[in-house]
Design a protein around this ligand. Structure first.
Ligand SMILES: [Zn+2]
Length: 673
C-alpha cells in the first residue's frame, strides 16, 4: 500500500493511467535493464490500485533520449498533450523528478496536472497537485534532483579539468599516437602508420593545401584508429579525405603539444524555438591547457604555426587570395591605387588583364581606376624579381632539392612497409595452414581461403609500390640543377614551371603590387612592396587601346558629313574609296561600312525621295499598320525578308503593296479597309 493511495477516486480511475518510461541514454537502456523493468512494472501497480487493464497505457517513446529538455522527446510531449485534454487520471513514474529532468518542463507538467486534477504517482506515494502540501513536496523533489545533477556534473567536470591541466586526462589519441603501458603518449610502434602520418606533413610542404594532401594520397591507404563500437582501438585502413587531412594538419597533438579545451559545445536557440548544441573550435588563446613538449612530435611547433597560417591564407571564403593556376602573375597581390581595391585577374585569349571594378556589382570605378593588360605588368615585375635574386639563393635551392630527394625516399618507404606488412600476414596465414591437421578439412578450407586473400593483398601492395616507383619522375643530376639555378631566368620561363610555382616564388619576396594612378594615361606606374619593407616603382608603357587604333580619321568623317545627306550608302562608300580613304581596319568602304559610319556618327538620312515617293513609315502611318507589316507586304512572306535597313519605298513597290493588301484583306484593321 502506497502512501496517499486514498487520494485515488473513481473520477481518476475512470480516466487513463499513463506509465511514462524513460532512460536518458542508449547505454542506460542497454546496461540498466533493471530500472527499465521496474518502470514497466509500474503498470502492475496501476492495475492493483484499481485501473482497468484497458485504461493503462505505457508511453516509452523517449527511451534513450536525454531528458535535458522537452525537445525531440515525443513521449513527454504526448504525456503533456493528453494531460491537457483531461483524459489522464494519473501519471506513473519511478520518481517524479525523472518525468522531466529540466525543472521548467516539470513545473509545466505539474501545473497542467493541477488544472486537470491529474494525480502523479511515484514509488514514494500519490500526489494530488490540488493539495498545497503535495505541490510543495513535488516542487522540492524536482529542485533537489536538479541540484543533485548539478553537483554530480560539477564533481565529474572538476576532476576532468584538474587532470587536463596536468596533461594527464586520457583522451582518444589521433592516429599516429598510442598510449604505452605507463599511460604516456608515444608514437605508434607500427612503422607504416608513422610513415603515413609523416607523409601527410611532407605532402603539405609540397602542395601547400589540404586538398593537395588528399590528392597526393589518392589511391593510397591511410590508417585510422577506431574509437568505440565493435572495432574500438583497432587499426583500420581507409581513404585520406580532405577533411581528415585538414584535421591532421590542424591538430596540435602532432607538434607534441597537449591541448585541452580546444573545442566547446555551444547551444543555440533556433528560430523555431528548439535548442541545438554544436561543437565549435575555440581560438588558440582560449584553449584551457596548452602543454608544449608533452610527447614526441611529428612536426615542430613552428611548423604547426606556419601550417595554420598557410591554411588560413588558402581560405578564399575568408577573403584570402591564394595563387591560382591562371597565367596572370600578380593575381591575388595586385591592388588598384585609384580606389584601393584588390584587382581581379581576367583571362581572355591572349589578352589577360587586371581590373578593380569588373565583376563587382556594388563597385563603381573611380576616375583614376585603370584596367591594365597583365602581360606588361607581369613582365616588368618578373624582371625585377629575377634581378633581385642573386647567387646566394643557390645554396637554398640545392638544400630544397636534397629535401625533395629525401621526401621521395620517404614516400616509397611507406609503400615498402605496406608490402612488408602484407608479406608478414601472408606468411602467417601460410604457417597456420601448414599447422592444421589434414583431417580437419573444414578448418583447412577456411585457412586456405584466408591465405588466398592474404596473397591477393600482397600482390596489390606490391603493384601499388611498383606504380608509386614508376610515377616518380627522376630528379635531374645535381650538376644540371646547379646550372639551372644559376640561370634562374631560364627556369622561370621554362614551360615545365607552373604558373602557381611562379606565383609562389613571387610571393615569397614581394608583399604586394599597386598600380599607381598618374596623369599620363599612356604609362602605367607599378608600385612594388617587398616583404623586406622596401618599395620600388616601375614604369611601363601602356599599349594602345583597341578603339584608339580603330578610330576613324577626321578627314573621312569630314567628307562623310558633307556627302552623307546627299548620297545613299553605296554611293557614299564609292566616294570615300575614290578619295583614297580606308576604313579604320584598313579595308575599302562598302555599303555596310558606310551604313555603320552613318549610324555611329549620326550623319542623317539622305533625302532621296522624288516628289510623290513614300517611305515604308509613311505607308504604315496612312494605313494605320506597323512599319514591319508594310515591309512584310513589300517582301511578302514566305519570301526571305531582307536584313538590310529598309530602303526608301518608291512607286512600284507601293503598287505591289496595294496588290498584296487587296489579296490579304483580313490582315488589315477595319479603318484601313
Ligand atoms: Zn580602382
Amino acid at each position: 500500500m502506497l502512501r496517499g493511495e486514498s487520494k485515488i477516486t473513481t473520477s481518476h480511475l475512470r480516466r487513463l493511467a499513463i506509465i511514462y518510461v524513460r532512460q536518458s541514454t542508449l547505454a542506460q537502456v542497454r546496461g540498466n535493464t533493471e530500472s527499465t523493468a521496474r518502470q514497466y512494472g509500474l503498470a502492475g501497480d496501476a492495475a492493483r490500485m484499481g485501473w482497468a487493464a484497458s485504461a493503462i497505457e505505457v508511453i516509452d517513446a523517449d527511451l534513450g533520449i536525454s531528458g535535458r529538455s522537452a525537445d525531440n522527446r515525443a513521449g513527454f510531449k504526448e504525456v503533456v498533450a493528453r494531460v491537457c485534454l483531461g483524459e489522464v487520471g494519473a501519471i506513473f513514474g519511478l520518481e517524479v523528478s525523472r518525468l522531466a529532468r529540466s525543472n521548467a518542463d516539470l513545473s509545466k507538467l505539474l501545473e497542467l496536472a493541477r488544472l486537470t486534477e491529474t494525480l502523479v504517482i511515484d514509488t514514494d506515494g500519490v500526489y494530488d497537485l490540488a493539495d498545497f502540501n503535495d505541490r510543495i513536496l513535488l516542487g522540492l523533489k524536482g529542485q533537489m534532483s536538479e541540484a543533485e545533477l548539478h553537483i554530480l556534473a560539477g564533481r565529474l567536470q572538476g576532476a576532468r579539468r584538474a587532470a587536463a591541466a596536468r596533461g594527464d586526462l586520457r583522451v582518444p589519441l589521433p592516429v599516429g599516437y598510442v598510449y604505452d603501458d605507463e599511460g604516456a603518449t608515444v608514437m605508434d610502434p607500427d612503422e607504416e602508420v608513422r610513415a603515413a602520418v609523416a607523409d601527410v606533413f611532407a605532402a603539405f610542404a609540397t602542395t601547400g593545401s589540404a586538398y593537395g594532401v588528399a590528392g597526393t594520397f589518392d589511391g593510397r591507404r591511410f590508417p585510422k584508429r577506431a574509437y568505440g563500437g565493435p572495432w574500438a582501438g583497432e587499426l583500420r585502413w581507409g581513404r585520406l579525405t580532405y577533411s581528415r587531412a585538414h584535421d591532421i594538419l590542424t591538430n596540435p597533438a602532432y607538434a607534441g603539444t597537449y591541448v585541452s579545451g580546444r573545442f566547446r559545445s555551444r547551444r543555440a536557440v533556433l528560430p523555431d524555438g528548439t535548442i541545438h548544441s554544436r561543437t565549435v573550435e575555440l581560438l588558440r588563446p582560449e584553449w584551457a591547457t596548452v602543454f608544449a613538449g608533452h610527447h614526441p612530435g611529428y612536426i615542430t611547433w613552428e611548423t604547426f604555426l606556419a601550417t595554420e597560417a598557410r591554411l588560413v591564407a588558402n581560405q578564399t571564403s575568408a577573403g584570402a587570395r591564394p595563387p591560382r593556376e591562371g597565367g596572370a602573375l600578380c593575381q591575388g597581390i595586385i591592388y588598384c591605387g585609384g580606389c584601393g581595391r584588390a584587382m581581379t585577374a581576367h583571362y581572355s585569349v591572349g589578352n589577360d588583364y587586371y581590373d578593380c571594378a569588373q565583376s563587382r556589382a556594388n563597385h563603381t570605378r573611380t576616375s583614376s581606376c585603370r584596367s591594365v593588360q597583365a602581360a606588361r605588368v607581369d613582365a616588368a615585375v618578373a624582371g625585377l624579381l629575377l634581378g633581385a635574386i642573386s647567387g646566394d639563393e643557390l645554396a637554398l635551392a640545392l638544400a630544397a632539392t636534397d629535401e625533395v630527394t629525401a621526401r621521395r625516399a620517404r614516400s616509397t618507404r611507406a609503400g615498402e612497409l605496406a608490402v612488408e606488412r602484407a608479406r608478414y600476414q601472408a606468411d602467417r596465414a601460410e604457417r597456420a595452414l601448414l599447422a592444421v591437421e589434414p583431417e580437419n578439412r573444414l578448418v583447412a578450407r577456411s585457412l586456405e581461403n584466408r591465405l588466398e586473400a592474404r596473397l591477393g593483398e600482397l600482390a596489390e601492395a606490391e603493384a601499388a609500390l611498383a606504380t608509386q616507383r614508376t610515377a616518380i619522375v627522376p630528379l635531374p643530376p645535381r650538376a644540371e640543377i646547379e646550372a639551372a639555378v644559376a640561370n634562374l631566368g631560364q627556369l622561370w620561363a621554362a614551360p615545365t614551371t607552373s604558373h602557381r610555382d611562379r606565383k609562389r616564388l613571387l610571393r615569397t619576396l614581394i608583399a604586394d603590387i599597386t598600380l599607381i594612378p598618374g596623369p599620363d594615361h599612356a604609362k602605367v606606374r607599378i608600385g612594388v612592396r617587398w616583404h623586406a619593407g622596401t618599395t620600388e616603382e616601375l614604369i611601363v608603357q601602356r599599349p594602345h587601346r583597341v578603339y584608339e587604333d580603330r578610330r576613324t580619321t577626321t578627314d573621312v568623317l569630314a567628307l562623310a558629313r558633307r556627302l552623307g545627306p546627299e548620297m545613299d550608302n553605296a554611293t557614299l562608300a564609292g566616294a570615300l574609296n575614290t578619295a583614297g580613304h580606308r576604313t579604320a581596319t584598313g579595308r575599302a568602304f562598302d555599303a555596310n561600312a558606310a551604313s555603320s559610319l552613318r549610324r555611329y556618327h549620326k550623319l542623317g538620312a539622305p533625302e532621296l525621295l522624288d516628289a510623290g515617293e513614300l517611305t515604308a513609315g509613311d505607308v504604315a502611318r496612312r494605313l494605320g499598320v506597323t512599319t514591319s507589316t508594310v515591309t512584310t507586304w513589300v517582301h511578302p512572306w514566305p519570301a526571305p525578308r531582307s536584313k538590310r535597313p529598309l530602303q526608301p519605298l518608291v512607286h512600284p513597290l507601293l503598287a505591289r503593296a496595294r496588290a498584296n493588301l487587296a489579296r490579304l484583306p483580313h490582315r488589315l484593321p477595319p479603318s484601313a479597309r
